[in-house]
Design a protein around this ligand. Structure first.
Ligand SMILES: Nc1ncnc2c1ncn2[C@@H]1O[C@H](COP(=O)(O)OP(=O)(O)OP(=O)(O)O)[C@@H](O)[C@H]1O
Length: 560
């Protein structure tokens, strides 16, 4: 429950809508109970009238119509305001979660899968709507109805007030509380198993081609089948617990009704209550239990909402990877990079960089080469302050990265990483990410510089061609060049290129090195590559070895 309480400020923002929904659900329930009560009273009184008693038919018949009309309108209003407030609440929760998630990426929890994260951001957030709509609201409304009817009984049929009050109280408070306690574990199981099943589907879709080729599709399918069965078993357990609780509520309703009937008949025999009033009260008692059976169905979902809330809190409260300084320094003009005595290792891993020192002048183009896994990409991550060094420092324009706002650091650098993504949108939209106000002319220049202009010109819809999810409709090399065009379009004074020519054939690779020099004139370029590049491509070549950078005087060995 504490996990749900963590969202109280977001619930409070929608307090007005949720309160209106609560009031209207109260009106609906009251009208329902009053409708049954009045009908019972009315029908009995009418029957007695035919036995010779005088009875005014007009008032009860108009009350019956009035209550049913109020019930319909109030139910409609309750659904409208309840759903409206809940949808707004979900929007707020998603916005809040995204805001908290980004500074925490990459999350330290390595066991967290992509599919699981997606599950948290979608299904787990959705599960929270049940917290109010189907659990808290109905319980509150039922509690008010129970208190009101107990008070009326205490006035008209005091003998039955206790048996009704206790039975109803147990039905709306004790049974749901017991159900929550009993289903706590199964609620968690449902949420985690559903997330595992979703993650398995995503993994299966992503790796479908490889799984088919390696003949592993059958094993994957049976793995998924096993996950689905475990999920179904957990859901079955919850349904069984909910059925027991529903049985408990029905038994309490029967107890309240028979007890009140027995005590009511004794009061009637003693002339302490009118027959029509007694029948009306008995039907009202029956009607009030309608509220409690809704609660059991809803509370069964509350445990999944609680488990979902815990999973959301786990990512929302994960430690921030790298925090901005409290009093950041403004980014100076002209951005020389100075790296001094930098040492770095990933959590508990072997040292990757050891006392690395490097100075890069503004506008200088350097290339860093070295064996796979030696630490080249890690150095770029340190420059972007995506990870922190254990010792030593990096300054940008003479200011330590830790004294700058991350947004400023990132605005001053454009990165083409090994896994730069293409988004499921048009080529234009993918490029405009780098410079939202760029003209078509600038887009074409960037595409030409990246050696992909001709290909895009030949497309039927040109810049408005959709590239599909992860650039599915273009080849790996074309996708890479589109990402490169995006980097070239950015106005960042420092350009970081991590294996920019992956996926390009040799002529395209050479053309790229040729255009890079002119396209990035005036900007600092740090090129990380395994590819052989012609002499004159960069001003300096450095080789990474033993965690340090070593100057290479003549990069002739690289020429093909
Ligand atoms: N997120 C990470 N967590 C732990 N270790 C990592 C992580 N990323 C990289 N490493 C390790 O750090 C070392 C340096 O990796 P890095 O990616 O910087 O090498 P690289 O020189 O860029 O390699 P390549 O040329 O293959 O891209 C490798 O041993 C790698 O296994």
């Amino acid at each position: 429950m504490n996990a749900l309480l963590a969202f109280r400020s977001l619930f409070a923002r929608q307090a007005k809508g949720l309160l209106i929904a609560l009031l209207l659900s109260l009106v609906t329930l009251t009208a329902g109970v009053a409708l049954l009560g009045t009908s019972g009273w009315f029908i009995t009184a009418t029957a007695l009238t035919t036995a010779g008693l005088a009875f005014n038919l007009f008032v009860p018949s108009s009350l019956v119509r009035g209550f049913s009309f109020i019930r319909i309108l109030a139910r409609y209003g309750e659904r409208l305001s309840g759903h409206d407030a809940t949808l707004r609440l979900l929007t707020d929760i998603r916005g809040w979660l995204f805001k908290r998630l980004f500074p925490r990426l990459p999350l330290n929890d390595r066991s967290l899968r992509h599919g699981d994260l997606v599950s948290r951001l979608t299904a787990d957030v959705d599960a929270l709507d049940t917290a109010f709509l189907v659990a808290i609201g109905p319980i509150a409304a039922a509690a008010v109805i129970g208190i009101a009817l107990t008070t009326i009984l205490a006035w008209l049929l005091p003998a039955a007030a206790l048996v009704y009050g206790v039975s109803f109280g147990m039905a709306v408070l004790l049974v749901p509380a017991g159900l929550v306690l009993a289903s706590r574990r199964v609620g968690t199981d449902i949420v985690t198993r559903a997330a595992a099943a979703r993650a398995a589907v995503l993994d299966g879709i992503e790796g479908h081609a490889d799984l088919t080729l390696f003949g592993a599709l059958g094993r994957t399918q049976s793995g998924f089948q096993a996950l689905a069965e475990r999920l179904a078993r957990a859901r079955g357990r919850l349904a069984t617990l909910a059925a027991f609780a529903a049985f408990g509520v029905q038994a309490l309703a029967a107890l309240a009704l028979t007890g009140s009937l027995w005590l009511g008949l004794r009061a009637y025999a003693n002339g302490q209550i009118d027959g029509p009033v007694l029948v009306g009260l008995l039907l009202a008692i029956l009607g009030s239990f309608e509220a409690s059976s809704v609660i059991v169905r809803s509370v069964a979902k509350l445990t999944t909402a609680m488990a979902a809330a815990e999973r959301l809190n786990a990512i929302a409260n994960a430690p921030i990877s790298i925090a901005d300084p409290i009093n950041p320094v403004d980014l100076p003009a002209g951005l020389p990079i100075a790296i001094t005595d930098l040492s770095f290792a990933y959590d508990g891993g072997a040292p990757v960089l050891r006392n690395l020192t490097l100075a890069i002048a503004p506008g200088e183009h350097i290339a860093i080469i070295g064996e796979s896994g030696i630490g080249k990409s890690s150095l770029l991550n340190l420059l972007l302050r995506l990870v922190e060094p254990q010792s030593g420092q990096i300054t940008l324009g003479g200011v330590a990265l830790s004294a700058l706002e991350q947004a400023d650091i990132h605005a001053s650098m454009a990165l083409l990483s090994q896994d730069s993504p293409l988004f499921n949108d048009t080529i234009r939209a993918n490029l405009l990410i780098a410079q939202p106000a760029a003209s078509d002319e600038a887009l074409w220049d960037a595409l030409d510089a990246a050696g992909i202009g001709e290909f895009v010109r030949a497309l039927l819809r040109g810049l408005d061609t959709l590239v599909g999810e992860s650039g599915r409709t273009v080849s790996a090399g074309q996708g890479r060049r589109l990402c490169l065009a995006r980097v070239l379009l950015s106005r960042a004074p420092i350009v970081l290129l991590d294996e920019p020519t992956t996926g390009l054939d040799r002529p395209a690779e050479l053309a790229f090195f040729d255009t890079m020099r002119s396209a990035a004139v005036g900007r600092t370029v740090i090129l990380v590559t395994h590819a052989a590049f012609p002499q004159g491509t960069v001003d300096r070549v450095l080789s990474m070895r033993d965690g340090r950078l070593h100057a290479i005087d003549t990069p002739i060995a690289l020429e093909n």
